[in-house]
Design a protein around this ligand. Structure first.
Ligand code: SAM
Length: 232
């Protein structure tokens, strides 16, 4: 069997898989009794487990060792990202999971073309982050929250909003010892009033370079400046 990581709600000495996880192990990976695989609970616990029993739609595992998450940034990173057209939000949450975001908050801003996030779309985004977490070997699955209007973004201690008309670089303002909030705007950008509001909430406007990035590129660029660039 190829190396596999199964998501389990709670890691105990014995765990049972059903639904998609069991189907994937049985039908796609053709697991057999005695095979070993990885397990993770999405909240920061990781482990190794042996297959004890396989039946149609049901797999029982014995967890042989566990360890806490080793691949998380030392401080949580929340990504506030404007609603985007098409399937771009799915691409953003997938990459944001790989880049270490701990929470992703879709936001509604003045110039968003898309104005709602349906329950189905939210569920799909949550499935995307779960699959991305498996693939990138994270044991924390980032939370994807329902949509939040920008005027409900809370006051934060350290935050950066990507804004094309400033020259401050993230690296000249970022403190790795504090939790961080990041925010990027929609295709039509953020209004001056929105930038002013965010500054009052603790967000510092920062540049992502002299070129205008697409709304789906900007959140990934901004997050990369914190995690990939700092080795977090
Ligand atoms: N005409 C819009 C404007 O001037 O804001 C462009 C919006 S851009 C397509 C979408 C979002 O990406 C922006 O709201 C901003 O958050 C971010 N962004 C794109 N390029 C950027 C850059 N060079 N520096 C900082 N932020 C950028």
């Amino acid at each position: 069997m190829r190396p596999h990581r199964a998501f389990v709600e709670v890691i105990r000495s014995e765990v049972e898989l059903s639904g998609r996880e069991a189907h994937h192990l049985l039908e796609v990976l053709r697991a057999r009794e005695g095979d070993f695989l990885g397990v993770f609970d999405g909240k920061g616990l990781e482990g190794r487990a042996r297959v004890l029993q396989l039946e149609q739609g049901f797999v029982r595992l014995q967890v042989v060792e566990t360890w806490p998450a080793r691949k998380e940034p030392p401080q949580p990173i929340t990504l506030f990202v404007a609603l985007l057209k098409g399937d771009h939000l799915a691409d953003v949450v997938r990459a944001a999971t790989e880049l270490g975001a701990s929470r992703i908050v879709p936001i509604l801003t003045q110039h968003c073309v898309v104005r709602e996030l349906s329950e189905n779309k939210l569920l799909r985004l949550r499935r995307v982050v779960l699959e991305a977490a498996k693939q990138c070997e994270r044991s924390v699955v980032p939370e994807v929250t329902p949509m939040l209007p920008l005027n409900e973004v809370p006051t934060i201690d350290q935050g950066f909003v990507a804004h094309p008309r400033v020259s401050l670089r993230v690296r000249d303002a970022y403190n790795p010892e504090k939790p961080t909030a990041l925010l990027t705007g929609p295709e039509g950008g953020l209004s001056d009033a929105e930038i002013g509001f965010l500054e009052k909430k603790g967000f510092t406007p920062v540049t992502l370079g002299p070129r205008i990035l697409r709304a789906e590129t900007a959140p990934i660029a901004l997050l990369s400046l914190i995690t990939a660039a700092e080795g977090l």
